[in-house]
Design a protein around this ligand. Structure first.
Ligand SMILES: *Cc1c(COP(=O)(O)O)cnc(C)c1O
Length: 346
């Protein structure tokens, strides 16, 4: 029996509206739905966001753009952060993908084949990951002007740390570099940039994680719940071990529940000090997390529940991330394919 992952589309839309309300009425709010909407299912999430008012969507690969077009219809604008790579022409021509060109070579290739079609330009303002620096931009300045890009954008490296000096440096660099580019819209901020305030908003913001209930958007509505069904319950005597390596040994007569779910489902084995919840009552995970199974001490529960919850309003994605030594983004995108996915608020 599979565990149940509940995904609240209403909460995702409420988060989009809340982030949209943090910028002025002249600022458009897009939606980043790369990596299958951070693991939550772009085919469900993107149409819900479109119905809530989002018009511009962002993915990371042409294949994602093609899949997204099929569910969003012809009107939505679908930007691809990785630009135009070999093999991507069909995505542009047949599926209306708008590449965010991020090197002189990509600009040249696009200008040679697709002049007249919409494109974006990505500038590197200090992150050194994607985009063109000033000299490279200047080397294709003529081509960029001729393309009349829809969008010029860059990405902040440290937006989740509001006091980090790189934020102001990148803002100044972006303002200076984008000044020379005749694009219809400018965009700098993702979720963290929305929260940094008006100077970072420009014409279009690009939130991702905040839509899905994660930090740095502290005010986010929780989006996911994960309930793992009990397969069996056993009585364990003091001195008996539980799980691989017998790393946990009972010190009292214990009731141990074995639930369906493990590291093959994105429940990271490295996570320590985890609890599963029966309602609001935490029950400690005992022994190692294995591929398909987790063992939980339910001795103190008055009744045996049908399932225990791993993600909920108490143990959020970010709390789980902290216990696993990672970030909410990785918890979400690790959620595996073996869950029964239930969409709320469709
Ligand atoms: C992933 C990504 C975003 C969204 O970032 P969040 O922190 O999830 O809001 C925006 N822009 C770019 C270029 C990205 O790669």
């Amino acid at each position: 029996m599979q565990a149940t992952l509940s995904i609240d589309l209403g909460a995702i839309c409420a988060n989009w509206r809340a982030l949209d309300a943090l910028s002025g009425p002249q600022v458009e709010t897009g939606a980043v739905v790369k990596a299958d909407a951070y693991g939550l299912g772009a085919a469900k999430v993107a149409p819900a966001l479109k119905a809530a008012g989002a018009k511009r969507f962002f993915v990371a690969q042409a294949e994602e753009a093609v899949a997204l077009r099929a569910v969003l219809g012809p009107e939505a604008v679908i930007y691809n952060f990785s630009g135009l790579m070999p093999g991507d022409d069909e995505a542009v021509v047949e599926h209306g993908m708008v590449p965010v060109l991020n090197s002189a070579a990509q600009v040249k290739a696009f200008a040679g084949k697709f002049k007249g079609r919409p494109c974006g330009i990505q500038l590197d303002t200090g992150m050194n990951r994607l985009g063109m620096e000033a000299l490279e931009t200047a080397s294709v300045g003529f081509d960029i002007a001729a393309l009349q890009p829809d969008l010029v954008m860059s990405h902040l490296a440290c937006a989740d740390e509001p006091l980090h000096p790189m934020n102001a440096t990148q803002l100044a660099t972006f303002s200076a570099m984008s000044f020379a580019i005749p694009a219809r819209q400018k965009s700098l901020g993702a979720t963290g940039g929305v929260l940094l305030g008006a100077p970072f908003h420009f014409d279009l913001t690009r939130p991702g994680i905040g839509l899905y209930g994660g930090l740095p958007f502290k005010g986010a509505h929780p989006v996911v719940e994960l309930a793992l069904p009990l397969i069996q319950v056993r009585d364990v005597l003091p001195g008996e071990g539980v799980g691989y390596g017998a790393t946990w040994v009972a010190t009292r007569p214990s009731r141990i529940a074995t639930v369906s779910g493990g590291y093959a489902d994105g429940i990271l084995r490295a996570a320590g000090g985890l609890s599963l919840y029966a309602g609001k009552t935490p029950c400690p995970v005992v022994g190692r997390i294995s591929m398909d199974l987790i063992t939980v001490d339910i001795t103190d529960l008055p009744e045996t529940p049908a399932s225990l919850s791993l993600l909920n309003t108490v143990q959020t994605v970010d709390l789980l991330a902290e216990k696993a030594g990672t970030i909410g983004y990785e918890i979400l995108t690790s959620l595996g394919g073996r869950y029964q996915r239930r969409y709320l608020g469709e």
